[in-house]
Design a protein around this ligand. Structure first.
Ligand code: 3PG
Length: 214
């Protein structure tokens, strides 16, 4: 049975083919960055907990960019899950899946997109009622060919491959029946964020938001 929280997450994505994976060093960049991405068609964004500014960045994007759907990424444990949820994250992404994380997700209303790359991890997620998973690091773990081979044994699972995905290979993934969307940092290059080149980011977002459409 798919969890209703996962259904809510899928509803938030509403056909968006790419989730931007963001690393924000200065929280004041969060608002213009989220606005530029939304303007380019990528409303759903993932702010990773890889910097000390991440929680403040999430808080300000949630408060000031109502057109954005703000999630938290690189969540490694229950404490980070709770902090990110408290900051207003509308979904939580993790590179993996652990018992602690599953427990935190079960106690929360915020949907979890956990990572899995082995059949055993996928079965553990299914036992939790989680059937939409991050596949990370996608390119290094076997890429589109690997994901394609999961479609038959794991007919009930769908994926968001992330890691090494770019404008050059995203369509290989998006063409697979078990792929809902991809994740990637290429739409918000570090240099463009640091220099405030929001026009470039909007342009990259527009290009990404058109991927996979025929
Ligand atoms: C992630 O956390 O999803 C990845 O680090 C993003 O990978 P990329 O930088 O290769 O897009």
């Amino acid at each position: 049975m798919p969890s209703t929280k996962t259904e809510r997450l899928l509803g938030l994505l509403k056909g968006q083919p790419v989730i931007p994976v963001l690393k924000i060093d200065d929280a004041k960049n969060a608002v213009p960055l989220a606005r530029a991405l939304a303007k380019g068609g990528l409303r759903v964004i993932e702010i990773t907990m890889r910097t000390p500014a991440a929680l403040e960045a999430i808080r300000s994007a949630v408060a000031e960019v109502p057109e954005a759907v703000v999630g938290a990424g690189t969540i490694l444990n229950a404490k980070q899950f709770e902090q990110a949820a408290e900051a207003g994250s509308q979904f939580i992404v993790s590179p993996g899946c652990t018992r602690q994380l599953f427990d935190a997700a079960r106690d929360s209303d915020v949907p979890l997109l956990p990572g899995a790359i082995t059949p055993g991890e996928m079965m553990a997620a299914l036992e939790e009622g989680l059937d939409f998973l991050k596949f990370f690091p996608a390119e290094q773990a076997g890429g589109a060919a690997f994901l394609k081979s999961l479609a038959s044994p794991f007919a009930g699972l769908s994926f968001c491959p992330t890691g090494g995905v770019s404008v050059n290979n995203a369509t290989d993934y998006l063409a697979l029946p078990n792929v809902i969307c991809v994740g990637g940092s290429w739409v918000a290059p570090d240099e463009a964020v640091k220099s405030g080149d929001w026009a470039l980011i909007e342009k990259l977002a527009r290009q990404a938001s058109g991927l996979g459409r025929t």
